[in-house]
Design a protein around this ligand. Sequence first.
Ligand SMILES: Cc1cc2nc3c(=O)[nH]c(=O)nc-3n(C[C@H](O)[C@H](O)[C@H](O)COP(=O)(O)O)c2cc1C
Length: 150
Amino acid sequence: MQKRDTVALNLTESHKTVQNIKKRGGFTVSIADAAHVTEADYFGIVSGNKEPHKFEKSGLTAEKSAAVDAPIITEFPICLECEFVEYQSNAYGVGVIGKVVNVTADESVMVGDKVDMSLVNAIAFDPYTHGYYKVTERVGEAFSDGNKLK
Ligand SMILES: Cc1cc2nc3c(=O)[nH]c(=O)nc-3n(C[C@H](O)[C@H](O)[C@H](O)COP(=O)(O)O)c2cc1C
């Protein structure tokens, strides 16, 4: 059965992030925007296993999630609050599995009661050239554009 409230994060088990997730039974997934690409990259290149003040050094701020035992980073526009389900470490395991129990978004990226992704300026990572790219423009309608070729 497919569950649409599930996230799967391919995270190495020894990372501080995974240890924290297991300990707290919850975690958050933030969507970083282009304005905070330096801070997002810093989170990726420094480990909390070696730098005890990792978060403080990023210069970002956080508040406690009301739904799970994890911080919500204030400066990032979208945050998924998740309960930890399991860590899959078998040969084809995907790592951290979580259940999304709440989503928060800045007013600045909302139009009515929906997030407008064109306002988020989300960053995407290209692992082949090590570049960060901005996701900005809506180019099509899912479950609909393909109908033109039927
Ligand atoms: C752009 C980028 C993408 C990364 N993607 C992953 C990933 O998908 N899975 C992973 O386990 N580590 C990934 N890393 C590496 C971790 O973020 C890195 O090992 C970090 O120091 C872990 O921090 P922690 O020990 O505080 O959790 C990535 C790093 C960067 C810069």
